[in-house]
Design a binder for this molecule. Structure first.
Ligand code: ADP
Length: 532
């Protein structure tokens, strides 16, 4: 209706609007581009990425979640994939690379269907059905393990550790054993016979220097601080520990008061007064029977001197989180004022000792009242190495937690994906119609993971895929690819490449949901960027 000829402005000037297929294609392209970046990082033969942030800080990693978090992604659809990685990381803490790669594959396959003029709503419907069916199939493939069986746990942990850190077998084995020991120490049994723990119950400390092989597990808490005064003992057995979050200092007045000092005697009196107050504080602490003081704030030099004279070991400026961990570990109570400190507030540990680690000193608190306190002390030549070890240990702890919480495992090395795809294709045939095509596309997308694993092992990916499909159609549902040698194995579980069911469930779910979200968008309305 050109009757009035007055354009109606609904959107603010400068707003960019992309609609329909153009919007959808643009989104798919952006999301696929991001997934493409992660493709080469998948699996034990995956390569690392070097990320340089705007301050010039460098991160070298193979961990999907870290890569996408550090990349400064601009496109809104690609940002959605970043969310996929974060969701997977938050939910199960592993399988992030796979989830992002899979979301990219779902979208790539959807694009092929769009090319054949299949409407997005049919693809969405097909994908939704395929997702539901996938979860059923996964729980059917999975099999139960005992949640505290070290041998099964080791296999699962080795699968994740060896795909993150190629530090040789000796190191991987040591790290795996250490995380299992740590997890078994902190895990609490639940009513249904499974176990649970919080991954940050395992304290991780890093100290530069030495070799990764020197990384150690301590049954207790390690604090990255040294004993404050040279006259204090370095080792205390049967430690009774006072946990203070107040400073052992005399409070200075807020406003600088003007004191008229007219004679040297007055200065002395003034200082004596301060020293007396500090001495009183120390005496109060000593009277409770404490022989170790762990303080969140500062400790005045005069107070240090009095503590040393009483044979009390003290550490100052300890992180709040460490103090809280110590509270749980030692059975003590954090006290905010020395005046309120009572003998029953003291924590207990068999041994508190300052030890030299590399060029530094750290305080070890071992044999705590609560035996569930553990620390892993990472060593390594530089921060980048230690950070990557920390990420693998955290992944390993997450994987352990997943298996202990839901003690069901599936075969890795692409086996579970091929089986899933095989059964999804059977399901697609039953559904029929155009949705069948979408479910088949979903199945092919899942096979992207074994394809990449085959590729990274140096084998011909398609040939490997065909062989694996053949084995699975013959009922060998655990057949997969050993990425290290490139061989096809009939039973990945026997071959010790194993993953928790939870990780694979979450991988398919977060990836499919992200792809569906992107497919539902047909209109992008972007406000003009704020001018700086
Ligand atoms: P994600 O971030 O998705 O966990 P990874 O780089 O850890 O990515 O790779 C995990 C994939 O590598 C899984 O599919 C797992 O089954 C596979 N994988 C790990 N170790 C092996 C192995 N030795 N042989 C074959 N596949 C393996």
């Amino acid at each position: 209706m050109a009757m009035y000829g007055i354009p109606v402005l609904v959107l603010k000037e400068g707003t960019r609007r992309t609609i329909g297929r153009e919007a959808l294609r643009g989104n798919i392209a952006a999301a696929r581009a991001l997934a493409e970046v992660l493709r080469t990082s998948l699996g034990p033969r995956g390569l690392d990425k070097m990320l340089v942030d705007s301050f010039g800080d460098v991160t070298v990693t193979n961990d999907g979640a870290t890569i996408v978090k550090e990349m400064e992604v601009q496109h809104p659809a690609a940002k959605l994939l970043v969310e996929v990685a974060k969701a997977q990381d938050a939910e199960v803490g592993d399988g992030t690379t796979s989830a992002v790669v899979l979301a990219g594959a779902f979208l790539a396959k959807a694009e092929e269907l769009l090319d054949q003029n299949i409407h997005p709503s049919i693809i969405i419907e097909g994908y939704t059905k395929a997702l539901r069916e996938s979860l059923k199939i996964l729980s059917d493939i999975a099999y139960k393990v005992k949640p505290t069986d070290r041998e099964s746990l080791k296999k699962v942990v080795m699968t994740t550790i060896s795909s993150k850190y190629i530090g040789g077998n000796v190191i991987s084995n040591k790290l795996a054993d250490m995380t299992i020991e740590a997890a078994l120490t902190v895990a609490e049994p639940r009513e249904d016979g499974t176990y649970d723990f919080r991954t940050d119950d395992v304290k991780i400390e890093k100290k530069k220097g030495g070799n990764v092989i020197d990384t150690q597990l301590i049954k207790g808490i390690v604090i990255d601080k040294e004993v404050v005064h040279p006259g204090m003992p370095r080792r205390i057995e049967d430690a009774k520990i006072a946990l203070l979050d107040a400073a052992l200092e005399v409070e200075k007045p807020e406003i600088t008061a003007k004191i008229n000092i007219t004679s040297p005697e007055l200065i002395k009196a003034f200082l004596d007064e301060e020293a007396n107050l500090l001495k009183e504080m120390v005496e109060k602490i000593a009277a409770t029977g404490a022989n170790v003081v762990i303080c969140q704030k500062g400790i005045d030099e005069v107070a240090q001197h009095f503590l040393a004279k009483k044979g009390i070991m003290a550490v100052r400026r300890v992180k709040r989180s460490d103090l809280e961990k110590l509270e749980r570990a030692s059975g003590g109570k954090i006290v905010s004022s020395v005046r309120d400190l009572k003998p029953e507030d003291l924590g207990y540990a068999k041994l508190v000792e300052e030890r030299r680690i590399g060029n530094d000193k750290m305080v070890f608190i071992e044999g705590c009242k609560n035996p569930k306190a553990v620390t892993i002390l990472i060593r390594g030549a530089n921060d980048m190495v230690m950070d990557e070890i920390e990420r693998s240990l955290k992944d390993a702890l997450n994987v352990l937690r997943n298996v202990m919480k839901a003690p069901k495992i599936v075969p890795g090395g692409g086996a579970v994906e091929i089986e899933l795809a095989t059964r999804l294709r059977e399901f697609a045939a039953k559904v029929g119609g155009k949705e069948q095509l979408a479910i088949e596309a979903f199945a092919s997308a899942i096979e992207e993971i074994p394809l990449i694993l085959a590729e990274s092992s140096g084998k011909d990916p398609l040939e490997t895929l065909m062989k694996l499909r053949q084995l699975h159609s013959e009922g060998k549902k655990y057949a997969g690819i050993d990425v290290v040698t490139g061989e096809i194995r009939e039973n990945m579980i026997e071959h010790n490449v194993i993953e928790p069911l939870l990780v694979k469930e979450s991988m398919v779910k977060t990836a499919a949901e992200a792809a569906i979200t992107i497919l539902k968008i047909d209109d992008i309305i972007a406000a003009s960027p704020v001018k700086k």
